[in-house]
Design a protein around this ligand. Sequence first.
Ligand code: GTP
Ligand code: MG
Ligand code: ZN
Length: 288
Amino acid sequence: MKLTGTVVAAYGRQYRVELADTTTLLCFPRGKKSAIACGDRVIVEQSSANQGVISSIEARRTLLYRSDHFKQKLIAANVTQVIVVVATEPAFSDELITRCIVAAESQDIKVLIVLNKCDLSERVAAARAPLAQYEKLGYPVMMLSATQDSALLLPHLAGHLSLLIGQSGMGKSTLINSLIPDARAATREISEALNTGKHTTTHSRLYRLGTAAALIDSPGLTEFGLQHLSSEDIALAFLELRPLLGKCRFRNCRHDREPHCSVHTALGHGDIDPRRYAVFRSLCAEIG
Ligand SMILES: Nc1nc2c(ncn2[C@@H]2O[C@H](COP(=O)(O)OP(=O)(O)OP(=O)(O)O)[C@@H](O)[C@H]2O)c(=O)[nH]1
Ligand SMILES: [Mg+2]
Ligand SMILES: [Zn+2]
């Protein structure tokens, strides 16, 4: 029997697929090679009461993945909103935020930044300051505490498949548990008790929030390679560069040290944040 379902968890070569009646099947892909992501819509042939074989993947609306010289790693499919989760502690990386935004922009996905753990009030101001650059570009920044007022997020979730992404320890899984009471996602307390190491969440997992919203929790990022993007993709993913593209003297300007470069002029005028420009250059250098 052929059924349509949604991949709600992807671990190694096994996938948990949710069917229309909300039951789930443990599934394996047909054939050796598989590139299936959490959030994928798939056609499944049920092989037993609780198992099945994935025979095909439906066309994706969006696909997020990481890549370096050696490998690609799928993060999630069909996401319509990327929620970058940072926290008042531990410290977070500006560069990683921009990489998440670039990945989202390259797929035309909406971006929301959440500053979590705002209950640690003495740390809020320092953590908030570096986020102003993103707000200036038009990315909304929400300040909340997963343990106290996660409901503030609800109006932003309606109608979306949102991906929670960010470094380890920022509170992504805590947010999931607070928004979805029966989620039971493992959080740091649990992994410390079990001594399972630094990253608590080990694979992406989709959770439904009522019928009109869903969230994907993902493992903490330490790096986010974007080698699959072209230099044009990268430039277009920086909103502040978009109006400048095509205005340099050289058509193939790399906005590095070329004369009469519109990006350098804007940088000199303080119209572009030097930190963002630095990430732009490092992304370009990586695809070299
Ligand atoms: N004070 C405070 N602590 C929080 C809050 N949210 C999460 N934490 C704590 O932060 C730690 C990490 O939370 P997790 O939810 O496991 O973090 P994560 O982002 O899912 O981490 P990975 O799965 O490793 O990527 C836990 O000890 C949480 O209790 C918050 O709003 N306030
Ligand atoms: Mg987690
Ligand atoms: Zn230029």
